[in-house]
Design a protein. Structure first.
Length: 252
């Protein structure tokens, strides 16, 4: 008998409105331990809002966000951002904002100090992460001088310093060249192999197909469908959501 994968998070009938506009509308889906799950949908469908709800930037109006820990299920309602980070919920941003006057190593070390008991241990972890993400040759470089692909890599590196269990990557490929995208995808795979579950929010469908074994599709704040990306992107309702009209034979 095949063993079912363990859930790491459940979103149950989640709602969020801003000034009467429903940004998230009865959204439900599960995230499973160890997977790379794609969260996709047209611009403005609520993907980043969903990440902000999971990480505590926003609080849902209704519904539940349940985080599965080794000690049991934890309802995240009203838990602050800092608490959620401490229990392993990490995220990157569409526009990375490192501490520009600090070096690459100092940026990671600053975050690591918040999550370790000693400065010595935090420094050791920062050095290990710098090497892991392939930035050892620029460890002493000021972040203001980094090109966009390195700032995005540093964004992932800083999140690793909190020792995340679930890492949410919000359009981490935006602005990258095809070669830089390939490097980023390899890095995401390396991070996932460390046992870190990934929620991958992205518009580049070729990247989603290469990286994800399952995707959840959103439309207007709602769950639309889920499944393997190759199968999901052939569904007429998904094609219509992305392209408009009746494009049953479109190659998305």
């Amino acid at each position: 008998m095949e063993q079912k994968p363990k859930k790491i998070m459940e979103l149950k009938n989640v709602y969020k409105s801003f000034g009467g506009v429903k940004a998230i509308n009865d959204l439900s889906f599960d995230i499973y331990e160890g997977e790379i799950l794609g969260l996709i949908g047209p611009n403005g469908c609520g993907k980043s809002t969903t990440v902000n709800l999971i990480t505590g930037v926003y609080t849902q109006d209704k519904g539940e966000i349940i985080y599965h820990t080794k000690d049991g299920k934890l309802n995240l309602k009203d838990q602050p951002v800092t608490y959620r980070a401490k229990i392993g919920l990490g995220r990157t941003f569409q526009t990375p904002k490192p501490f520009s006057d600090l070096t690459v190593l100092e940026n990671i070390y600053t975050v690591a100090m918040l999550y370790n008991k000693s400065m010595k241990e935090a420094y050791r972890i920062a050095e290990e992460i710098v090497e892991f993400v392939g930035m050892s040759d620029m460890a002493d470089s000021k972040c203001a001088k980094l090109p966009i692909e390195k700032r995005k890599c540093l964004d992932m590196a800083r999140v690793l310093a909190i020792n995340p269990k679930l890492l949410m990557l919000d359009e981490c490929l935006a602005g990258l060249t095809p070669a830089e995208m390939e490097d980023s995808l390899e890095m995401i795979k390396k991070i996932n192999k460390r046992g870190i579950t990934i929620l991958f929010i992205e518009h580049v469908m070729t990247a989603v197909t290469k990286l994800c074994s399952r995707v959840v599709v959103m439309e207007e704040g709602r769950f639309m469908t889920e499944g393997h990306p190759n199968e999901v992107m052939k569904k007429p309702e998904v094609i219509r959501a992305y392209l408009g009209g009746d494009y049953q034979n479109a190659d998305v």
